[in-house]
Design a protein around this ligand. Structure first.
Ligand code: ZN
Length: 161
């Protein structure tokens, strides 16, 4: 049993928080009183607590967005290559003789170019002859692929409708 000087009760050790800072190994006040002390401390130090909470949230947010950015960057080739809508039309336009390894490496190069630009310039693997053009349909083969930066890709698709 241990005496709590705050509520002036003698309580079992299980009612006290462990504390490495204390000689006894237990917090001087009981769990109930500690909670109340903490609550009062937070009210008394409202500004300090708010600043700390804000700081923690911001640090956490940065960590989260940095992780997401990293994920996006390392998966961009995959994300681009497996875009579901495009995958269907690409599959239909891929002849048996297409060099799949070369095609894959082009997506990797586009991803690499994104990476060395620090994410400021986005690159796309573009079909020189569109897969679903009005008059001709291009094939999903290495010779019909080129790497364009985002702006060019948009301009090109606008021009060809
Ligand atoms: Zn107490």
């Amino acid at each position: 049993m241990k005496y709590c000087p705050v509520c002036k009760n003698t309580k079992p050790f299980s009612d006290f928080y462990l504390s490495k800072a204390k000689k006894s190994g237990y917090h001087s006040s009981c769990k109930e009183c500690s909670k109340e002390e903490k609550r009062l401390w937070r009210i008394k130090n409202k500004d300090k607590v708010a600043a700390y909470d804000k700081q923690w949230q911001e640090q956490n947010k940065d960590k989260k967005s940095a992780n997401y950015k990293q994920w996006q960057q390392s998966n961009r080739g995959t994300v681009n290559a497996y875009n579901s809508k495009r995958r269907a039309s690409e599959k239909a336009a891929t002849p048996s003789w297409a060099d799949l390894e070369k095609i894959k490496s082009l997506y990797n190069v586009a991803q690499y170019l994104d990476w060395i630009s620090g994410g400021f310039v986005k690159h796309h693997v573009d079909h020189i002859i569109p897969l679903r053009g009005k008059n001709v349909c291009g094939l999903h083969v290495e010779d019909n692929l080129q790497i364009l930066i985002d702006k060019d890709n948009l301009r090109k698709s606008n021009k060809h409708g």
